[in-house]
Design a protein around this ligand. Sequence first.
Ligand SMILES: [Zn+2]
Length: 201
Amino acid sequence: MAVATTCNPRDRKLVTLAGVLPDADALGVVPDVIGAWISGKECTFHYYQQYHHVLLHGWPGAIAVSAILTLFARQRWQVLGLCLLAFHLHLLCDLVGSRGPTAGDLWPICYSEPLFRHPIWFWKYQWRLDGWQNQLIFVTLFIASLWVAVRKGFSFAEILGSRLDEVFVKVLQKWGRQLGGRLGFSSTRKAPPAPEHSGVP
Ligand SMILES: [Zn+2]
């Protein structure tokens, strides 16, 4: 989504971050585990249960996270809108596919938390977090993102560093050419032109 809608690396990273930062409210699991390890008691996941899906899974979190990320953006209005969209896409994915192992383990979306208790949204058909639906969506989006990376010359690896992304995309483009050649889609030109910004040989 970020690759398709932004035109510079900084804004792409910001929009990507907006899509994953809602789950920063699960970081209570860190003091939970460390506290249990130090005390020797059984881990109750107190902070995780208390704050996950509460602090950053509603409109207050969406506004706060998007506004902060937009401060660092080049195209601010565009990034603000895209951050809000990515944030809410995360909430939608949680609503439809984040259930625990049993049918009673539904995760609700408390859309006004942490300011107000209501509304609270459930979807009774919410599928398991590790269900086949999520696996199918993951594989589909992963393949699509690789295809976009080959076409555009940059990928999701950009969030880890532009140098790493450059190497990753070069490998993908090389494999793409080899696969295209085997399937009979190779160009008739002896030396296909390299993308403007990647310097592919
Ligand atoms: Zn989430």
